[in-house]
Design a protein around this ligand. Structure first.
Ligand code: SF4
Length: 198
């Protein structure tokens, strides 16, 4: 029996290369957008829109998880248990891969994978390990491939298509980490202004 794969998609730009690889290999797949880690809501909407544009250009189907925007779900399931990196990210991967596996089982997919394996900014080895562990628990296969090989190709393609590419990973904490220097500069300026007085 041929494998039917459910591909967890973290965002539009990261899906381009993995989707093209799966198509080239003739693997039957569908995407799943389940990312309660993307905040705030307007950013979540922008990323959904970017993925919709990509699906139109590349021609593949995506299931959008009915829970939609998941700030509270993520805060309870990840941040409240482990607020700092790297544990926070590992729990965040696990949350998304667990749900991908659960849906794979429910809908009759035989294996699953994730576009997280494309990003050069994620903990690749941890994603592979967590994916394999989750697959074992659910009696499924985890399709592993080092999609990072196509990092530049995927990025160039995203630029040509002209879709939105996000400046930070996803959670509100990663946004703060991304702008750490700017935030510090701003604090410094505010402190100096207060010191100067009226
Ligand atoms: S930085 Fe990214 S992977 Fe890590 S917890 Fe935040 S959204 Fe998840």
């Amino acid at each position: 029996m041929k494998d039917e794969l459910l591909l967890h998609i973290c965002c539009g730009p990261c899906s381009i290369y993995p989707v093209e690889v799966l198509k080239e290999k003739g693997i039957n797949f569908k995407g799943l957008f389940y990312n309660p880690n993307i905040h705030p809501f307007l950013e979540f909407e922008r990323r959904v829109q970017a993925l919709e544009e990509i699906t139109e250009v590349l021609g593949f189907e995506v299931i959008y998880h009915p829970s939609g925007y998941g700030l509270h779900q993520w805060l309870e399931g990840v941040w409240s248990k482990c607020p700092n990196r790297p544990g926070r990210c590992h729990m965040c991967y696990k949350m998304r891969l667990e749900e991908t596996a659960r849906i794979s089982k429910e809908l009759g997919f035989t294996c699953f994978s994730s576009t997280l394996l494309y990003s050069i900014y994620q903990d690749h080895d941890a994603i592979r390990e967590i994916g394999n562990g989750v697959a074992r628990t659910h009696g499924l296969k985890f399709y592993y491939e080092d999609f990072r090989a196509g990092w530049k190709e995927g990025k160039d393609r995203a630029r040509t298509i002209g879709i939105y590419t996000q400046p930070y990973c996803g959670c509100i904490l990663s946004e703060e980490e991304r702008y750490k220097k700017r935030i510090e500069r701003q604090r410094k300026r505010f402190r100096e202004e207060v010191r100067k007085g009226p």
